[in-house]
Design a binder for this molecule. Sequence first.
Ligand code: LMR
Length: 398
Amino acid sequence: MFETLQTLPADAILGIMMLYRADSDPNRVDLSVGVYQDDAGRTPVLECVKRAEAAIFAEQDTKTYVAIAGNAGFNRGAEELLYGSNHPAIEEGRVATIQAPGGSGALSVAGHLIARARPGARVYLSDPSWPNHLPLLKLAGLTIEQYPYYDYAAHGIRFEAMLAALEKVEAGESVLLHGCCHNPCGADLSPEQWQALTALFERRGIVPFIDLAYQGLSESLDADAYGVRLMTERLPEVVVVSSCSKNLGLYRERVGTVSIVSRSRKERDAVFSNLSNVARGLYSMPPDHGAAIVERVLHTPELRSLWEQELGTMRQRINGLRQLLVDELRARDVPMDFSFIAKERGMFSFLGIEKEQVIELREKFHVYMVESSRINLAGINAKNSDYVADSIAAVLKR
Ligand code: LMR
């Protein structure tokens, strides 16, 4: 049977993470996978998570199944984070939310649901997008197209070109948007751009498919949900997938949600039963532990405010590192202007250097980044910032 299979190239992101882990050089620096690191280079378990976990371990008296849709308290809390409290779509009973195994599990469930509702449906991804969007949604049975997004020369969004391309999308097709902290480019839609897209989607009957994997890591929990809330207010149907990997540091616990806004309560019920049926067919039930932690954090006032403090610390550190890197590179008189990095948001930016330079940074200087030159800013710290800037300057000046 399996002689038909060929060995595939390593994953564009996780392959680099593995190369880094296999490198024992004392100067090695990991700017690859999108995982938060503190100034000591660690990815700690948040204190709010530790406390919630301790309470769960003390109280939990069964490991029986929860439900296909996962933890109901978690799903309610996740809806409030996404849409804010008292959102009309929730009050009107038009939102169906289920827990999923991480943001990727959520994307997969949403993809299967769209493919079931619209066989052969086209979904439009930004150029560029997270490299896993394409294979993941293709595997769900969708046809993938692209729309222009990042201008590598001007370091901004090609908004006019994006609008022009999306004018051609047909009614009932969907466009995947990054809710905030665009992965990989860090260039986010402004409120005015969200408004213009909402008007276009409304006019053309396009269904937004919003991936909100970094809520709270750009400006704030509420500001980062601006696009989700606006589109949900103005459009009849919206698909939202979210993740607690980054903003709660729960990476390996696999916690995410798929949340679908429908036109009526009746359609919501059909969506919910199909979401549950897709999840049952794919993995039966999501893992419980991470969602149980988030449920507690969201519904226990002191844990919730501790989380917001810890999230604020992560956000401020990343935003500060953006300016630090720009300053460090400027001080080395490099032949490129990196000031755009300070204006972008979230964990990632493209350095905008050549692939050969990325490889040289990895092989000669032990500085690891994705081959597209995407860096995770959170991998920079007080101990390695000089070394990172020296290494980049060295490959640029050659
Ligand atoms: C990333 O983009 O580095 C993260 O979202 C991790 C992943 O799974 O790719």
